[in-house]
Ligand binder design. Structure first.
Ligand SMILES: [Mg+2]
Length: 120
């Protein structure tokens, strides 16, 4: 299935990403600095992957038919986001800008492919 946002809607989406993610990221940075010891980029990268692994393990259990509480998935998803925020802050990554640029590249690629009658 190929679905393209209209250019106006895509621009609004990208503007929201550019505006809201940095605001949230900044709050995470202040919270982290006030409440926790300084950690390295390597630490947060490992933490991010560890948390993503915990989330993946829950999904594996779901896939195998086990009963996993939605709250457990939400808790691990929150861990992933927190670790990503901390990692990005330590590495000086502006996530809002990085995500906006990535979404723009994906949108451009999708439009190019659609013009050729191909799927993304
Ligand atoms: Mg966790």
């Amino acid at each position: 299935m190929s679905f393209l946002y209209k250019k106006e809607k895509m621009k609004k989406f990208l503007d929201t990403v550019s505006k809201c993610i940095p605001a949230v990221q900044k709050e995470f940075d202040e919270y982290q600095k006030e409440h926790f010891p300084v950690r390295s980029g390597e630490f947060f990268c490992l933490e991010l992957n560890g948390e993503a692994g915990e989330l993946a393990n829950l999904e594996k259990k779901l896939w195998k038919g086990k009963d996993i509480a939605h709250e457990a998935l939400a808790d691990e998803a929150a861990d992933v986001l927190i670790a990503l925020m901390n990692y990005s802050n330590v590495r000086g990554i502006n996530l809002g800008e990085a995500v906006r640029l990535k979404l723009e590249r994906i949108d451009t690629k999708m439009r190019e492919l659609k013009e050729k009658g191909e799927e993304y």
